[in-house]
Design a protein around this ligand. Sequence first.
Ligand code: PLP
Ligand code: ZN
Length: 408
Amino acid sequence: MTTLSHLECSLCKKRHEAGQAHNLCECGGPLLVRYDLQKARENWSREWLAGSPASMWRYAPVLPVAQPESVVSLGEGFTPLVRADRLGNAMGAKNLWIKDEGVNPTGSFKARGLSCAISMCVELGIKKVAVPSAGNAASATAAYAAAAGIEAHIFMPRDVPQSNYIECKAMGAHVTLVDGLISDCGRIVGERKQAEGWFEVSTLKEPYRIEGKKTMGYELAEQFRWDLPDAVFYPTGGGVGMIGMWKAFDEMEQLGWITSKRPKMICIQVEGCQPVVRAFEQGTPRSEFWQNAYTVASGLRVPKPLGDFLVLDAVRESGGTAIAVTDEEMLDAGIELAKMEGMFAAPEGAACIAGLKKLLASGFLKAEDRIAVYNTGSGLKYLEAYSTRYPRVAGGEADKLGGLITPR
Ligand SMILES: *Cc1c(COP(=O)(O)O)cnc(C)c1O
Ligand SMILES: [Zn+2]
């Protein structure tokens, strides 16, 4: 199954052995999983994918799980790559695709990371996990923990979308709402985990979520028939999806599956929380904590991404860019996407459409470029955010407001 070799610190490059529970390196660096790609290359070929499961586990040789029985799967990944011609024509992009992660279990791509991380918990005998989350990671943790019979302890900001709160409760997780941001939730988990015997599954503090997320990169290559697009838009909170895809491209090149050609990696953030955009503009290797972070795109409300340096590396090495959009522009774009393509996207995905508009207008991207946009979640999880556009009012101004009529 896996060709897992060892783990390696992304900062000091120290080697860590597999087969035991890991969080960060002693130096504070996130650990990255390394595989014996030479062996994988000899024993596995991309042609075999045709007969593999229609989930992210089709890439099992480059995922860390050793025993097939450990895998906790709800059908995550292998999501549709949807051609968006009507929207593309309206925007002046002739080759536009949307990778729709909203159809994943629990309605976001977070399912990929947690399927992998919880499978590794099963394999390593971990019985209790804890996670700080802005929303969707909590839902996915609750779901995979429930499916695995593992206890989940979840810490979320008190203004987290209702869908995430209710999903977590329904799936039997222990939920604590925190009057603060995800960074405050993270601190609380850090303070309590030792005494409580929790294993922390915060993204990048745990080495396997990124492995699940990287399958977005494998799928992109497979669905584009091993010829990656010219640009990839990714709504960046912690940026782990971007880091994961970048890692996947490198692995696939070593497997001989793709060339050294890379898409421009485009990091999209929001006006109210744009630490990576600021660092990109200022040419610094790391971001600074973003004060008073605000946006309805809860997945983008990450004031200080742990892996900021890895995101910035990918954006810079690829010749990409990082830009921010406003919440208004984001919701407008989400509604335009829904109207033209029948896809109701999470605000995070919608932010990418708003960003794409700007980069076409500025000439950074050309009409002929092949462009892939990640819609990272379903709009159905963000009804509070979208309901600001569609107030429901009884009687009276029904037509104008799209509200109720009173039958006679
Ligand atoms: C978590 C999340 C993001 C940000 O993901 P990262 O890979 O951590 O940057 C974007 N969109 C949605 C819907 C999310 O849940
Ligand atoms: Zn280290």
